[in-house]
Ligand binder design. Structure first.
Ligand SMILES: Cc1cc2nc3c(=O)[nH]c(=O)nc-3n(C[C@H](O)[C@H](O)[C@H](O)COP(=O)(O)O)c2cc1C
Length: 256
């Protein structure tokens, strides 16, 4: 695994992205660089930026991001410490009129209704796709996700060097131990563990093997509410249907 966190690393990836008819490009782990924003503007592509704190969201807006993704701590992948419920309205107020998408722990229509109630213009999701029929998630990890509860994730620096939420397994437990060495900072940790993680994933298909136990991947707390494999289009429809049902039910509170 390598981290494309410098222009030399990310520019070839941008070349590929901009060779396609894309509408949006998203930046995380820092404000979108000026050259990326210029390139996006020239190609009529919107720029989104992920923020885990209100201060980061303000920096992204000042850098020229068109859309801010306010991502709470519940989220899978790199994530901060502030929960979605607290973060979203704070960010909405701080960057208005820039539109804010709520992220972190959103996988259902009820979650979406809550996010819209907090002032979000829409939702941004990650974990909910990892157990879909189309997902390229390692089969072993997919099964672990389906069985996991919302208490089975942990923010760990063990894969990238920065705190990222992932499924808790003996891999993360070993890195958390008092007497274990601390993970290296990004981008050194991926260089240290990348080959080992690849070997673990290759060998994890053997039930009962050490690799089977160690295998993990980025996922958010909402993994606990996802217990079946669904096609991706079904996930979208269920979110929309439950969103409509929820708004209808909520409007009933206004009856006197
Ligand atoms: C497996 C995985 C990989 C991710 N990789 C990235 C990434 O490369 N860049 C990024 O901006 N966000 C990444 N994210 C975060 C998502 O964009 C999104 O904000 C997050 O998943 C939302 O929270 P949720 O997982 O609770 O739905 C990743 C999330 C997951 C689960």
């Amino acid at each position: 695994m390598s981290m494309n966190v410098s222009p030399a690393g990310y520019e070839p990836l941008l070349d590929i992205a901009f060779a396609h008819p894309i509408r949006l490009i998203a930046s995380a782990l820092g404000p979108p660089p000026a050259d990326v924003i210029d390139r996006a503007r020239a190609a009529n592509v919107k720029v989104a930026a992920l923020a885990g704190t209100t201060a980061h969201a303000v920096k992204h807006a000042e850098a020229g991001a068109d859309i801010i993704v306010a991502q709470g701590s519940e989220a899978g992948g790199h994530t901060g410490e502030v929960g979605t419920m607290v973060l979203v309205p704070e960010v909405v107020d701080a960057v208005s009129p820039v539109p804010v998408l709520a992220a972190g722990g959103i996988a259902s229509g009820r979650h979406m209704a809550a996010a819209m109630a907090l002032g979000a213009a829409g939702i941004w999701t990650g974990s909910v796709w990892l157990t879909t029929a189309e997902a390229e998630t390692e089969p072993v990890v997919k099964q672990k996700f389906l069985a996991a509860t919302s208490s089975d994730t942990v923010r760990s620096r063990s894969i990238t060097g920065k705190p990222a939420r992932m499924l808790r397994t003996p891999w993360t437990d070993e890195w958390e131990r008092e007497d274990s060495p601390k993970p290296l900072p990004m981008p050194l940790q991926p260089l240290l563990v990348g080959a080992a993680l690849n070997r673990i994933n290759r060998s994890a298909t053997t039930p009962g093997s050490g690799a089977h136990e160690l295998a993990t991947y980025f996922v958010g707390q909402v993994v606990g509410s996802i217990n079946t494999v669904r096609p991706a289009d079904r996930v979208v429809l269920q979110i929309v249907e439950e969103f409509i049902d929820t708004l209808t039910a909520l409007s009933g509170h206004l009856d006197v």
